[in-house]
Design a protein around this ligand. Sequence first.
Ligand code: UD1
Length: 337
Amino acid sequence: MAILLPGGAGYIGSHTAIELLEAGKEIVIIDNFSNSNPRVLESIKKITGKDFKFYEIDYMHKEKLQKVFEENTIESVINFAGFKAVGESVQKPIEYYRNNISGALVLLDTMRKYGCKKFIFSSSATVYGEPERIPLTEDCKTGGTTNPYGTTKLFIEQILKDIYTSDNTWDICILRYFNPVGAHKSGRIGEEPQGIPNNLMPYIVRVASGQLKELSIFGDDYDTPDGTGVRDYIHVVDLAKGHLKALEKINKEGKGLYIYNLGTGTGYSVLDMVKAFEKTTGKKVNYKIAPRRLGDIATCYADPKKAKEELGWEATKTLEDMCQDSWNYMANQEYLT
Ligand code: UD1
């Protein structure tokens, strides 16, 4: 009995694969390396000392996906496959809707065909749009997403709710990630954005390493304590552990559709992040204040109470861990190449 991880070579997928293997689970990874590196698979094996099956396929390819279900007994699926660059999604909406939504439909249809109905989905705090209130609870209104990437998350959540309504023998868990940062403590796997990063932490590490000249802080006139945007940064290993708890939940309780925020419940501003990074790593992060970025909101952080009460999960890593581990991964790149 194996857990299938589409997109398991990616940033969050690979960290979750490690946690699953270390918990003694059997996994099967499928990935087409559209935004990941084959080297990651070797790193997962080295870190855990465990082996797993891998298929280099696109999860949208129905026949190839069916073969995976034919050759393995898949008991549950955690779907990490999906495009995730906000800016790119505005330029390529068709690609985003096709890959994320059609891909999810092919996957869900195939699961149904093979009688596999346990599904965990990587959603995002982006589904809340402009927050109804802070901290965000799972029952806050969703919608008003500002880009196709965010809209794919919103639509897939709706699709999952409709599937559950039509057939309540599914076990579905929707995990709304806040802002994942950091890397595995080994320094062997981490986030590898292609080209110039859009997200804050990958940008900070590249400024600290000298690859990029300076960070542009997008706006210092928000209604926040220091005027810069506030977010709920969560260590990727904490996030990965949340998937194990979600899996336990659907295996134990069964038959339900559950939604959880995976965040720390603490908001940090862009300036807080810069200062914490400098203090933790001793590296300087040059920055300038720039205009606001279109589509950004002032403040976004989770109320993580529901996940704590119902999953027994809470984030344990500190802001220092997030900064140090992000930096270690960057500093380790030379050794990895
Ligand atoms: C973004 C996406 C969100 C996605 C998440 C993945 C938007 C509107 N939202 O969240 O859908 O799930 O990434 O992690 O794009 N910042 C700077 N300078 C930079 C980069 C960022 O000042 O060069 C600021 C931003 O204005 C924001 C904060 O840093 O206040 C975090 O930004 P980012 O890491 O891009 O994440 P989000 O925008 O919160």
